[in-house]
Design a protein around this ligand. Structure first.
Ligand code: ASP
Ligand code: MG
Length: 468
Protein backbone atom coordinates (compact mmCIF):
# COMPACT_ATOMS: atom_id res chain seq x y z
CA UNK A 1 0.00 0.00 0.00
CA UNK A 2 1.51 3.31 -1.14
CA UNK A 3 0.20 6.46 0.52
CA UNK A 4 1.25 10.01 -0.29
CA UNK A 5 0.91 12.00 2.93
CA UNK A 6 0.80 15.75 2.87
CA UNK A 7 1.32 17.80 6.01
CA UNK A 8 0.14 21.40 6.13
CA UNK A 9 1.85 24.41 7.65
CA UNK A 10 0.44 23.86 11.13
CA UNK A 11 2.02 20.40 11.27
CA UNK A 12 5.52 21.86 11.04
CA UNK A 13 5.12 24.99 13.11
CA UNK A 14 6.74 23.55 16.25
CA UNK A 15 9.53 21.09 16.87
CA UNK A 16 7.15 19.02 18.92
CA UNK A 17 4.78 18.67 15.98
CA UNK A 18 7.62 17.84 13.60
CA UNK A 19 8.62 15.04 15.96
CA UNK A 20 5.03 13.95 16.19
CA UNK A 21 4.48 13.70 12.45
CA UNK A 22 7.88 12.05 11.95
CA UNK A 23 6.87 9.33 14.39
CA UNK A 24 3.50 9.03 12.76
CA UNK A 25 4.98 8.53 9.31
CA UNK A 26 7.60 6.10 10.52
CA UNK A 27 4.93 4.13 12.31
CA UNK A 28 2.99 3.71 9.08
CA UNK A 29 6.11 2.66 7.24
CA UNK A 30 7.76 0.38 9.77
CA UNK A 31 4.87 -1.04 11.79
CA UNK A 32 2.09 -1.06 9.22
CA UNK A 33 4.32 -1.84 6.25
CA UNK A 34 3.17 1.07 4.08
CA UNK A 35 5.26 2.73 1.44
CA UNK A 36 5.08 6.41 2.29
CA UNK A 37 5.89 9.59 0.39
CA UNK A 38 5.78 12.85 2.30
CA UNK A 39 4.87 16.26 0.96
CA UNK A 40 5.24 19.23 3.27
CA UNK A 41 4.16 22.88 3.34
CA UNK A 42 6.09 25.82 4.66
CA UNK A 43 5.71 26.70 8.33
CA UNK A 44 2.33 28.35 8.85
CA UNK A 45 2.45 32.02 7.89
CA UNK A 46 5.83 31.77 6.18
CA UNK A 47 4.52 32.11 2.63
CA UNK A 48 2.61 35.24 3.62
CA UNK A 49 5.74 36.59 5.28
CA UNK A 50 7.80 36.02 2.15
CA UNK A 51 5.16 37.82 0.10
CA UNK A 52 5.41 40.68 2.59
CA UNK A 53 9.18 40.76 2.30
CA UNK A 54 8.83 41.08 -1.46
CA UNK A 55 6.76 44.19 -0.78
CA UNK A 56 9.48 45.47 1.55
CA UNK A 57 12.00 45.01 -1.26
CA UNK A 58 9.77 46.98 -3.59
CA UNK A 59 9.64 49.79 -1.05
CA UNK A 60 13.38 49.62 -0.50
CA UNK A 61 12.73 48.91 3.17
CA UNK A 62 16.04 47.35 4.19
CA UNK A 63 15.17 47.29 7.89
CA UNK A 64 12.11 45.10 7.38
CA UNK A 65 14.02 42.85 5.03
CA UNK A 66 16.79 42.30 7.55
CA UNK A 67 14.32 41.75 10.32
CA UNK A 68 12.62 39.08 8.24
CA UNK A 69 15.85 37.27 7.39
CA UNK A 70 16.73 37.24 11.03
CA UNK A 71 13.34 35.82 11.96
CA UNK A 72 13.51 33.22 9.20
CA UNK A 73 16.77 31.98 10.64
CA UNK A 74 15.60 32.03 14.25
CA UNK A 75 12.33 30.22 13.54
CA UNK A 76 13.95 27.39 11.61
CA UNK A 77 16.95 26.97 13.89
CA UNK A 78 14.63 26.70 16.86
CA UNK A 79 12.57 24.09 15.00
CA UNK A 80 15.76 22.09 14.50
CA UNK A 81 16.74 22.34 18.14
CA UNK A 82 13.36 21.11 19.29
CA UNK A 83 13.02 18.27 16.78
CA UNK A 84 16.49 16.91 15.98
CA UNK A 85 18.36 15.70 19.06
CA UNK A 86 21.29 13.68 17.74
CA UNK A 87 24.26 16.02 17.92
CA UNK A 88 25.69 15.29 14.49
CA UNK A 89 22.31 15.47 12.77
CA UNK A 90 21.40 18.64 14.62
CA UNK A 91 24.64 20.22 13.46
CA UNK A 92 24.16 19.01 9.91
CA UNK A 93 20.65 20.48 9.82
CA UNK A 94 21.77 23.79 11.32
CA UNK A 95 24.56 24.13 8.78
CA UNK A 96 22.24 23.53 5.85
CA UNK A 97 19.57 25.89 7.16
CA UNK A 98 22.12 28.62 7.78
CA UNK A 99 23.35 28.15 4.21
CA UNK A 100 19.84 28.39 2.82
CA UNK A 101 19.13 31.52 4.84
CA UNK A 102 22.38 33.09 3.63
CA UNK A 103 21.36 32.27 0.10
CA UNK A 104 18.02 33.98 0.43
CA UNK A 105 19.71 36.90 2.18
CA UNK A 106 22.11 37.39 -0.71
CA UNK A 107 19.32 37.13 -3.23
CA UNK A 108 17.14 39.67 -1.44
CA UNK A 109 20.00 42.08 -0.94
CA UNK A 110 20.74 41.81 -4.62
CA UNK A 111 17.18 42.87 -5.38
CA UNK A 112 17.03 45.78 -2.93
CA UNK A 113 18.97 48.39 -4.95
CA UNK A 114 16.64 47.80 -7.91
CA UNK A 115 13.53 47.61 -5.74
CA UNK A 116 12.27 45.04 -8.12
CA UNK A 117 10.83 41.58 -7.61
CA UNK A 118 9.72 39.94 -10.82
CA UNK A 119 7.27 37.02 -10.70
CA UNK A 120 10.16 34.71 -11.48
CA UNK A 121 12.22 36.06 -8.58
CA UNK A 122 9.20 35.90 -6.30
CA UNK A 123 8.71 32.20 -6.97
CA UNK A 124 12.35 31.61 -6.22
CA UNK A 125 11.95 33.48 -2.92
CA UNK A 126 8.73 31.68 -2.06
CA UNK A 127 10.39 28.31 -2.54
CA UNK A 128 12.50 28.87 0.56
CA UNK A 129 9.48 28.50 2.85
CA UNK A 130 8.97 24.89 1.78
CA UNK A 131 12.66 24.15 1.29
CA UNK A 132 13.45 25.03 4.90
CA UNK A 133 10.52 23.29 6.59
CA UNK A 134 10.67 20.16 4.47
CA UNK A 135 14.39 19.76 4.84
CA UNK A 136 14.03 19.87 8.62
CA UNK A 137 11.31 17.21 8.53
CA UNK A 138 13.53 14.95 6.43
CA UNK A 139 16.33 15.14 9.00
CA UNK A 140 13.89 14.75 11.90
CA UNK A 141 12.76 11.45 10.40
CA UNK A 142 16.34 10.26 10.14
CA UNK A 143 16.87 11.42 13.72
CA UNK A 144 14.34 8.86 14.96
CA UNK A 145 15.82 6.08 12.85
CA UNK A 146 13.93 6.48 9.57
CA UNK A 147 15.47 6.34 6.14
CA UNK A 148 14.41 9.52 4.38
CA UNK A 149 15.61 11.65 1.52
CA UNK A 150 14.86 15.31 0.98
CA UNK A 151 13.72 16.45 -2.46
CA UNK A 152 12.63 19.81 -3.84
CA UNK A 153 9.44 19.43 -5.92
CA UNK A 154 11.28 19.78 -9.21
CA UNK A 155 13.89 17.20 -8.20
CA UNK A 156 11.01 14.86 -7.50
CA UNK A 157 9.96 15.41 -11.11
CA UNK A 158 7.36 18.22 -11.12
CA UNK A 159 7.68 20.13 -14.38
CA UNK A 160 5.45 23.13 -15.02
CA UNK A 161 4.85 25.87 -17.56
CA UNK A 162 6.49 29.24 -16.90
CA UNK A 163 3.42 30.99 -15.51
CA UNK A 164 5.16 32.03 -12.30
CA UNK A 165 2.93 32.16 -9.25
CA UNK A 166 0.25 29.96 -10.76
CA UNK A 167 2.31 27.54 -12.80
CA UNK A 168 0.53 24.61 -14.36
CA UNK A 169 2.16 21.19 -14.13
CA UNK A 170 2.82 19.50 -17.45
CA UNK A 171 1.18 16.33 -16.30
CA UNK A 172 2.43 13.75 -18.78
CA UNK A 173 6.08 14.66 -18.40
CA UNK A 174 5.67 15.12 -14.67
CA UNK A 175 4.04 11.76 -14.10
CA UNK A 176 6.78 10.01 -15.99
CA UNK A 177 9.58 11.81 -14.17
CA UNK A 178 7.97 11.39 -10.75
CA UNK A 179 7.51 7.69 -11.38
CA UNK A 180 11.11 7.09 -12.38
CA UNK A 181 12.51 9.22 -9.59
CA UNK A 182 10.45 7.98 -6.68
CA UNK A 183 9.71 4.33 -7.39
CA UNK A 184 13.35 3.20 -7.04
CA UNK A 185 13.59 5.09 -3.75
CA UNK A 186 10.50 3.34 -2.44
CA UNK A 187 11.92 0.00 -3.51
CA UNK A 188 14.89 0.75 -1.27
CA UNK A 189 12.50 1.58 1.60
CA UNK A 190 13.46 5.24 1.50
CA UNK A 191 10.82 7.79 2.50
CA UNK A 192 10.96 10.62 -0.05
CA UNK A 193 10.28 13.91 1.76
CA UNK A 194 9.25 16.43 -0.85
CA UNK A 195 8.55 20.15 -0.75
CA UNK A 196 4.98 21.02 -1.64
CA UNK A 197 4.07 24.03 -3.77
CA UNK A 198 7.21 23.95 -5.93
CA UNK A 199 8.12 22.81 -9.41
CA UNK A 200 10.38 24.07 -12.15
CA UNK A 201 9.72 25.04 -15.75
CA UNK A 202 11.43 23.32 -18.65
CA UNK A 203 14.37 25.74 -18.36
CA UNK A 204 14.90 24.80 -14.74
CA UNK A 205 13.49 28.00 -13.22
CA UNK A 206 11.75 27.41 -9.90
CA UNK A 207 7.98 27.92 -10.13
CA UNK A 208 5.15 27.78 -7.61
CA UNK A 209 1.81 26.26 -8.42
CA UNK A 210 -0.57 28.61 -6.57
CA UNK A 211 -1.53 29.27 -2.97
CA UNK A 212 -2.40 26.19 -0.99
CA UNK A 213 -0.48 24.30 -3.67
CA UNK A 214 0.99 21.62 -1.43
CA UNK A 215 -2.23 19.64 -1.62
CA UNK A 216 -1.90 19.84 -5.37
CA UNK A 217 1.75 18.67 -5.22
CA UNK A 218 0.58 15.68 -3.20
CA UNK A 219 -2.08 14.61 -5.69
CA UNK A 220 0.30 15.14 -8.62
CA UNK A 221 2.87 12.91 -6.94
CA UNK A 222 0.19 10.38 -6.08
CA UNK A 223 -0.85 10.24 -9.72
CA UNK A 224 2.77 9.93 -10.85
CA UNK A 225 3.56 7.08 -8.48
CA UNK A 226 0.12 5.46 -8.92
CA UNK A 227 -0.39 5.63 -5.18
CA UNK A 228 -3.23 3.77 -3.51
CA UNK A 229 -4.34 6.76 -1.48
CA UNK A 230 -3.43 10.35 -0.77
CA UNK A 231 -3.88 11.71 2.77
CA UNK A 232 -4.03 15.40 3.50
CA UNK A 233 -3.12 15.87 7.17
CA UNK A 234 -3.84 19.23 8.71
CA UNK A 235 -5.40 20.62 11.88
CA UNK A 236 -8.97 20.27 10.64
CA UNK A 237 -10.94 17.08 11.27
CA UNK A 238 -12.08 16.67 7.68
CA UNK A 239 -14.81 18.12 5.55
CA UNK A 240 -17.61 19.30 7.81
CA UNK A 241 -21.36 19.57 7.44
CA UNK A 242 -20.90 23.29 8.19
CA UNK A 243 -18.33 25.64 9.64
CA UNK A 244 -18.10 24.58 13.32
CA UNK A 245 -17.52 28.21 14.26
CA UNK A 246 -21.04 28.91 13.02
CA UNK A 247 -22.83 25.65 13.82
CA UNK A 248 -21.75 24.17 17.13
CA UNK A 249 -23.03 20.67 16.33
CA UNK A 250 -21.54 20.46 12.85
CA UNK A 251 -20.16 17.01 12.11
CA UNK A 252 -17.34 15.52 10.10
CA UNK A 253 -18.55 14.03 6.83
CA UNK A 254 -17.41 10.42 6.57
CA UNK A 255 -17.52 10.07 2.81
CA UNK A 256 -17.92 12.46 -0.08
CA UNK A 257 -17.49 12.43 -3.82
CA UNK A 258 -14.76 14.51 -5.43
CA UNK A 259 -17.43 16.69 -6.98
CA UNK A 260 -18.95 17.38 -3.57
CA UNK A 261 -15.55 17.90 -1.99
CA UNK A 262 -14.66 20.46 -4.61
CA UNK A 263 -17.77 22.47 -3.80
CA UNK A 264 -17.11 22.23 -0.08
CA UNK A 265 -13.38 22.78 -0.09
CA UNK A 266 -13.62 26.02 -1.97
CA UNK A 267 -15.94 27.32 0.70
CA UNK A 268 -15.07 25.41 3.81
CA UNK A 269 -12.58 25.38 6.64
CA UNK A 270 -10.11 23.27 4.72
CA UNK A 271 -8.95 25.63 2.02
CA UNK A 272 -7.73 23.61 -0.89
CA UNK A 273 -6.09 24.50 -4.14
CA UNK A 274 -8.95 24.24 -6.64
CA UNK A 275 -6.90 22.03 -8.93
CA UNK A 276 -5.72 19.72 -6.19
CA UNK A 277 -8.51 17.25 -6.80
CA UNK A 278 -7.89 16.90 -10.53
CA UNK A 279 -5.01 14.39 -10.52
CA UNK A 280 -6.77 12.30 -7.88
CA UNK A 281 -10.00 12.24 -9.88
CA UNK A 282 -8.26 11.37 -13.11
CA UNK A 283 -6.18 8.62 -11.62
CA UNK A 284 -9.04 7.50 -9.38
CA UNK A 285 -7.02 7.78 -6.18
CA UNK A 286 -9.03 7.99 -2.95
CA UNK A 287 -8.19 10.96 -0.78
CA UNK A 288 -8.47 11.31 2.97
CA UNK A 289 -8.61 14.59 4.82
CA UNK A 290 -7.40 13.97 8.36
CA UNK A 291 -6.31 15.71 11.53
CA UNK A 292 -2.71 14.94 12.52
CA UNK A 293 -3.60 15.63 16.16
CA UNK A 294 -6.34 13.00 16.13
CA UNK A 295 -4.71 10.05 14.49
CA UNK A 296 -7.43 7.61 15.49
CA UNK A 297 -10.06 9.59 13.61
CA UNK A 298 -10.40 8.62 10.01
CA UNK A 299 -11.44 12.05 8.78
CA UNK A 300 -13.24 12.34 5.46
CA UNK A 301 -12.78 9.89 2.64
CA UNK A 302 -13.17 11.45 -0.79
CA UNK A 303 -13.68 9.09 -3.73
CA UNK A 304 -15.12 9.09 -7.22
CA UNK A 305 -18.08 6.92 -6.26
CA UNK A 306 -19.02 7.07 -2.58
CA UNK A 307 -20.86 4.14 -1.04
CA UNK A 308 -24.65 4.13 -1.27
CA UNK A 309 -25.29 4.85 2.40
CA UNK A 310 -23.34 8.09 2.22
CA UNK A 311 -25.85 9.49 -0.27
CA UNK A 312 -27.78 12.14 1.57
CA UNK A 313 -29.93 14.76 -0.05
CA UNK A 314 -27.87 17.52 1.46
CA UNK A 315 -24.41 16.90 2.83
CA UNK A 316 -23.04 20.27 3.76
CA UNK A 317 -23.80 23.94 4.03
CA UNK A 318 -20.89 26.17 3.20
CA UNK A 319 -20.60 29.89 3.14
CA UNK A 320 -18.26 32.52 1.85
CA UNK A 321 -18.65 35.68 3.84
CA UNK A 322 -17.90 39.26 2.91
CA UNK A 323 -18.32 39.10 -0.80
CA UNK A 324 -19.87 41.72 -3.09
CA UNK A 325 -22.65 41.63 -5.61
CA UNK A 326 -22.65 43.56 -8.87
CA UNK A 327 -25.79 43.89 -10.90
CA UNK A 328 -25.54 45.31 -14.41
CA UNK A 329 -28.64 46.14 -16.36
CA UNK A 330 -29.93 47.90 -19.43
CA UNK A 331 -32.58 47.27 -22.08
CA UNK A 332 -29.74 47.33 -24.62
CA UNK A 333 -28.72 43.97 -23.29
CA UNK A 334 -31.94 42.30 -24.34
CA UNK A 335 -31.52 40.03 -27.33
CA UNK A 336 -28.01 41.33 -28.02
CA UNK A 337 -25.73 38.34 -28.51
CA UNK A 338 -22.31 38.75 -26.98
CA UNK A 339 -23.31 41.02 -24.10
CA UNK A 340 -22.36 38.54 -21.41
CA UNK A 341 -19.20 37.76 -23.34
CA UNK A 342 -18.18 41.42 -23.37
CA UNK A 343 -18.87 41.86 -19.68
CA UNK A 344 -16.91 38.79 -18.64
CA UNK A 345 -14.15 39.48 -21.12
CA UNK A 346 -13.59 42.99 -19.77
CA UNK A 347 -13.48 41.64 -16.22
CA UNK A 348 -11.21 38.75 -17.15
CA UNK A 349 -8.74 41.06 -18.89
CA UNK A 350 -8.48 42.94 -15.61
CA UNK A 351 -8.04 39.74 -13.65
CA UNK A 352 -11.35 39.97 -11.83
CA UNK A 353 -12.54 36.52 -10.93
CA UNK A 354 -16.29 35.97 -10.80
CA UNK A 355 -17.62 33.54 -8.20
CA UNK A 356 -21.27 33.35 -9.19
CA UNK A 357 -23.38 34.51 -12.14
CA UNK A 358 -27.04 34.75 -12.90
CA UNK A 359 -28.95 36.34 -15.75
CA UNK A 360 -32.62 37.13 -15.77
CA UNK A 361 -34.47 35.43 -18.63
CA UNK A 362 -35.52 38.84 -19.93
CA UNK A 363 -31.77 39.31 -20.49
CA UNK A 364 -32.01 42.83 -19.15
CA UNK A 365 -29.76 42.21 -16.16
CA UNK A 366 -26.83 40.08 -15.10
CA UNK A 367 -25.77 39.66 -11.47
CA UNK A 368 -22.33 38.60 -10.40
CA UNK A 369 -20.64 37.91 -7.10
CA UNK A 370 -16.99 38.81 -6.63
CA UNK A 371 -14.58 38.95 -3.73
CA UNK A 372 -14.83 42.23 -1.87
CA UNK A 373 -11.19 43.06 -2.54
CA UNK A 374 -11.79 43.26 -6.27
CA UNK A 375 -15.10 45.11 -6.15
CA UNK A 376 -13.60 48.49 -6.94
CA UNK A 377 -11.54 47.15 -9.77
CA UNK A 378 -14.55 45.32 -11.15
CA UNK A 379 -16.87 48.32 -11.11
CA UNK A 380 -14.19 50.60 -12.53
CA UNK A 381 -13.59 48.15 -15.34
CA UNK A 382 -17.27 47.90 -16.19
CA UNK A 383 -17.73 51.67 -16.04
CA UNK A 384 -14.76 52.36 -18.26
CA UNK A 385 -15.39 49.74 -20.86
CA UNK A 386 -19.14 49.22 -21.07
CA UNK A 387 -21.21 51.75 -19.17
CA UNK A 388 -23.32 53.97 -21.37
CA UNK A 389 -22.96 51.57 -24.26
CA UNK A 390 -24.14 48.04 -23.58
CA UNK A 391 -25.08 48.57 -19.98
CA UNK A 392 -27.09 51.42 -18.55
CA UNK A 393 -26.76 50.86 -14.86
CA UNK A 394 -24.45 49.23 -12.32
CA UNK A 395 -25.76 48.47 -8.85
CA UNK A 396 -23.60 47.07 -6.11
CA UNK A 397 -24.20 45.49 -2.74
CA UNK A 398 -21.07 45.61 -0.72
CA UNK A 399 -21.36 43.04 2.00
CA UNK A 400 -23.09 39.84 1.08
CA UNK A 401 -22.52 36.18 1.84
CA UNK A 402 -22.77 33.27 -0.55
CA UNK A 403 -24.41 30.20 0.93
CA UNK A 404 -23.95 26.89 -0.84
CA UNK A 405 -26.06 23.85 -0.12
CA UNK A 406 -24.06 20.87 -1.34
CA UNK A 407 -24.96 17.24 -1.93
CA UNK A 408 -25.08 14.95 -4.95
CA UNK A 409 -28.22 13.37 -3.48
CA UNK A 410 -30.15 16.52 -4.43
CA UNK A 411 -30.10 15.43 -8.05
CA UNK A 412 -33.60 14.71 -9.23
CA UNK A 413 -35.09 15.09 -5.74
CA UNK A 414 -38.07 17.39 -5.77
CA UNK A 415 -38.69 20.02 -3.16
CA UNK A 416 -35.12 20.64 -1.97
CA UNK A 417 -35.21 24.28 -3.04
CA UNK A 418 -38.65 24.67 -1.43
CA UNK A 419 -37.30 23.33 1.86
CA UNK A 420 -34.22 25.53 1.74
CA UNK A 421 -36.00 28.75 0.87
CA UNK A 422 -39.00 27.90 3.01
CA UNK A 423 -36.76 27.58 6.06
CA UNK A 424 -34.93 30.80 5.23
CA UNK A 425 -38.21 32.61 4.55
CA UNK A 426 -39.59 31.51 7.90
CA UNK A 427 -36.74 33.39 9.51
CA UNK A 428 -37.77 36.46 7.58
CA UNK A 429 -34.45 36.62 5.77
CA UNK A 430 -34.27 38.00 2.28
CA UNK A 431 -32.60 36.01 -0.50
CA UNK A 432 -30.91 38.32 -2.99
CA UNK A 433 -29.76 36.00 -5.77
CA UNK A 434 -29.97 32.29 -6.54
CA UNK A 435 -28.10 29.89 -8.80
CA UNK A 436 -28.17 26.17 -9.27
CA UNK A 437 -25.97 24.32 -11.69
CA UNK A 438 -27.75 21.79 -13.83
CA UNK A 439 -25.71 19.06 -12.16
CA UNK A 440 -27.90 19.83 -9.13
CA UNK A 441 -24.92 19.31 -6.89
CA UNK A 442 -24.93 22.75 -5.46
CA UNK A 443 -27.73 25.16 -4.74
CA UNK A 444 -26.18 28.53 -4.04
CA UNK A 445 -27.71 31.80 -3.02
CA UNK A 446 -26.79 35.20 -1.69
CA UNK A 447 -27.97 36.91 1.49
CA UNK A 448 -26.84 39.98 3.38
CA UNK A 449 -23.69 39.14 5.26
CA UNK A 450 -25.26 39.84 8.67
CA UNK A 451 -27.77 37.04 8.02
CA UNK A 452 -25.14 34.48 7.08
CA UNK A 453 -24.75 32.62 10.37
CA UNK A 454 -28.46 32.33 10.97
CA UNK A 455 -29.10 31.03 7.47
CA UNK A 456 -26.40 28.38 7.78
CA UNK A 457 -27.75 27.22 11.15
CA UNK A 458 -31.30 27.18 9.85
CA UNK A 459 -30.58 24.97 6.85
CA UNK A 460 -28.24 22.74 8.85
CA UNK A 461 -31.14 22.19 11.22
CA UNK A 462 -33.72 21.77 8.46
CA UNK A 463 -31.80 18.84 6.95
CA UNK A 464 -30.78 17.50 10.38
CA UNK A 465 -27.13 17.43 9.43
CA UNK A 466 -26.10 17.16 13.06
CA UNK A 467 -27.29 13.54 12.99
CA UNK A 468 -25.41 10.88 11.11
N1 ASP B 1 2.98 27.42 1.53
C1 ASP B 1 2.07 27.56 0.43
C2 ASP B 1 0.94 28.51 0.80
O1 ASP B 1 0.87 28.97 1.92
C3 ASP B 1 1.55 26.26 -0.05
C4 ASP B 1 0.70 25.50 0.94
O2 ASP B 1 0.72 25.77 2.13
O3 ASP B 1 -0.01 24.60 0.50
O4 ASP B 1 0.13 28.81 -0.03
MG1 MG C 1 -1.55 25.40 3.19
Amino acid sequence: MLVVMKFGGTAVESGERIRHISNLVLNYQQKMGFDVILVTSAVRGMTDDILAVAESVRRGDTTSVNWFIDRLKRVHLSLIDSSIFDEAKNKEARTSVIQLVELIENVVHGMLPMREVTPKMLDYLLSFGERLSTFIVSVAIRDIGGNSEFLVGNDAGIVTDSNFGEALPLMDTTKLKVFHKLKPMLAKKIIPVITGFIGADQFGNITTIGRGGSDYSATIIAAGTRADEVWLWSDVDGLMTADPKIVSDARVIREASFAEALEMALFGAKYMHPRALEPAIESNIPMRIRNFMKIDDEGTLVVNNPSKDSHKIVKAISSIRHTALIDVSGVGMVGAPGTAGRIFDALAKNKVNIMMISQSPSESSISMVVKKEVLQKATRTLELSLLGRVIKKIDIKEDVAVIAVVGSGMRGIKGVAARVFGAVGNKNINVIMITQGSSELNLAFVVNDIDCAEVVRTIHGEFKLNKS
